[in-house]
Ligand binder design. Structure first.
Ligand code: ZN
Length: 221
């Protein structure tokens, strides 16, 4: 553990679709969408595979081609996640994130439609995996890297972070007139919606830590 004379900044991070992550300091990480770019190549390779004869050399080659595309996406994604989790962990001692199971973000893509054929389902699973933004892995990396530097990742309740005014605490669905904009119905605060949510996450992380900090201060006296 590294002991620092000056504590590092605290930051809240909202993980989402429009940006990969929005930080409470107003910065954002653009989504890399590695899978999106590879999806066409993957679908083409899957169609080619479907035309190959079972047990043939060409079929094996087609299977390998699909595996290569998936590996390329996974590697690029991992690089991206490592790069950005390192940047955040280097400059922040406390990182707040929503205690949202990442699974639920992609749950709608799973759907509940009547079970299609097995191979179709496998294929859909692969395509879904390739579109995964990697938030789960990102949180794990962040937690590890922040902890390595003596800080911590704080998970906070996710409820209403996007509908709450980070300025006056007013909560209302109408505070969020669009995906991108936050306008408070009470104090009139206007902000980037993701930044506002990230600020609420930071505030919750901060208040979650307060009792601990007070305890530490008392212990130090
Ligand atoms: Zn307000």
């Amino acid at each position: 553990m590294i002991v620092r004379a000056v504590p590092l900044d605290e930051v809240g991070a909202e993980l989402g679709m429009a940006v990969f992550a929005a930080l409470s300091d107003g910065t954002g990480i653009a989504p890399a969408n590695h899978g999106q770019k590879a999806l066409r190549a993957l679908r083409k390779a899957q169609r080619a595979l479907a035309r190959k004869t079972r047990g043939s050399t060409n079929r094996r080659k087609a299977v390998r081609r699909i595996a290569r595309i998936q590996m390329r996406v996974a590697d690029a994604r991992k690089d991206f996640l490592h790069k950005h989790s390192t940047i955040i962990a280097k400059t922040h001692g406390v990182v707040g994130v929503e205690a949202l199971p990442v699974r639920s973000l992609s749950a709608s893509a799973t759907g509940t439609a009547a079970e299609p054929g097995r191979r179709v389902r496998q294929k859909a699973g692969l395509n879904r995996a390739i579109l995964d933004q990697g938030w789960g892995l990102f949180r794990t990396m962040l937690a590890d890297k922040v902890a390595d530097r003596g800080g911590r990742l704080v998970e906070v309740p996710a409820a209403y972070t996007s509908q709450t005014c980070a300025c006056c605490d007013h909560v209302e669905a109408a505070n969020r007139p669009s995906q991108a904009v936050f306008v408070c119905g009470r104090c009139g605060r206007r902000a980037n919606a993701d930044t506002n949510a990230a600020t609420n996450i930071l505030r919750r992380a901060d208040s979650a830590l307060k009792p601990v900090e007070r305890h530490r201060a008392q212990a130090a006296q």
